[in-house]
Ligand binder design. Structure first.
Ligand code: UT7
Length: 326
């Protein structure tokens, strides 16, 4: 039986660090409020000339180096993002060209913060079906470009970054054991970016009304996220006939420390089994899980045969999980 296995990881975060105290100078907020309500201490901001494909490229090169693989060997490139370089072509096509991955098909996935796990599920299916063997999957975002820096409700939350994984077709017990995808479009207005699409094409009015920025009903989203994620992790473990105590690590989407704690509590997992880095990066949407995974892999926190549970919740609404035997 063919399985998809992550054989390499890579990540990249822009150099510029924006701390909570930097934000205190821009909007009416405080390090105390941001730390207590979110767990975030600082985030990275892309340089003036950097776009999402630039971040994706850096993360991808690190993953390819880790795998000792040439871009030419790739069969498919998937980029999960809601902040692509432009509406089209896809960021995956831009990345394919810059990597010189001439053989690879390429497309983007838009599932907001769940994008990386939606991408993992798609990559897993392609590999299991036999259509593709070597897949580069990237979660990359430059959300700072879509942030209203006058809105304290949102500007303290997001950050820029990219994480990449390379999947290969393998046989044996290790690899992706299951993925679980969900959506509820009826709650799409809780978290969206309404301007610049075909509903509200760019115009003076859309600019005046700030429709090109991320809008979020934070508190409502928070409550739904906690409930949904509790059910999602239970569903994922049950499907694999695993107990929480068998997990080596939970790798959650990094939106809010209180949401992460609630999910860990539900599983009865101590926080030292949860990979947390939102204090340093904030919410990087589709990039958050692959960045956290890469850091955990490269610091030796994850070992062969470990069971890992990955989970995310975000705009759409979408939510998704994966169970991996490393
Ligand atoms: O990644 C995709 C999914 N995203 C999420 O899951 C994020 C979900 N939401 C959250 O993480 C939280 O709801 C937030 C961190 C966004 C907000 O935390 P909260 O505990 O839900 O706060 P709140 O929205 O209920 O606001 C409480 C108060 C309000 O003041 P009043 O009305 O009580 O006077 C806000 O105006 O905090 C105020 N506030 C702030 N104060 C200082 C909101 N933002 C700030 C701020 N600094 N940056």
């Amino acid at each position: 039986m063919i399985k998809a296995r992550i054989i390499a990881t890579g990540s990249y975060a822009p150099e510029k660090v924006m701390s909570n105290s930097d934000l205190e100078k821009i909007v009416s907020t405080s390090d105390e409020w941001i730390s207590e309500r979110t767990g975030i201490k600082e985030r990275r901001i892309a340089g003036e000339k950097q776009a999402t494909s630039d971040l994706a490229l850096e993360a991808s090169l690190k993953a390819l180096e880790y795998a000792d693989m040439k871009a030419k060997e790739l069969d498919l490139i998937i980029v999960a993002t809601v902040s692509g370089d432009m509406l089209f072509p896809s960021t995956a096509c831009i990345l394919q060209h810059r990597l010189g991955a001439a053989k690879a098909a390429a497309f983007d996935i838009n599932a907001a913060c769940s994008g990386f796990l939606y991408g993992l599920s798609v990559a897993n299916s392609f590999i299991r079906s036999g259509q593709f063997k070597k897949i580069l999957l990237v979660g990359a975002e430059t959300l700072s470009r879509f942030t209203d820096w006058e809105d304290r409700n949102t500007c303290v939350l997001f950050g820029d970054g990219a994480g990449a994984v390379i999947l290969n077709a393998v046989t044996g017990d290790n690899g992706i054991l299951s993925t679980h995808l969900h959506a509820d479009g009826s709650m799409g207005d809780l978290l969206n970016l309404p301007g610049g699409g075909s509903r509200h094409p760019a115009s003076k009015e859309t600019l005046d009304e700030k429709l090109h920025f991320i809008k979020m009903k934070g508190n409502e989203t928070f409550k739904i996220a906690v409930k949904i994620l509790e059910n999602l992790v239970t569903e994922t473990l049950k499907h694999n006939d695993l107990k929480p105590s068998q997990l080596a690590a939970l790798i959650p989407h990094q939106a809010n420390l209180r949401i992460i704690q609630a999910t860990a509590n539900r599983l009865g997992l101590p926080l030292d089994k949860v990979v947390i880095n939102l204090d340093r990066y904030g919410n990087t949407s589709a990039a958050s899980i692959p960045i956290a995974l890469d850091e955990a892999v490269r610091t030796g926190r994850i070992r062969k045969d470990d069971y890992l549970l990955l989970e995310a919740f975000g705009g759409g609404l979408t939510w998704a999980s994966a169970l991996i035997r490393w």
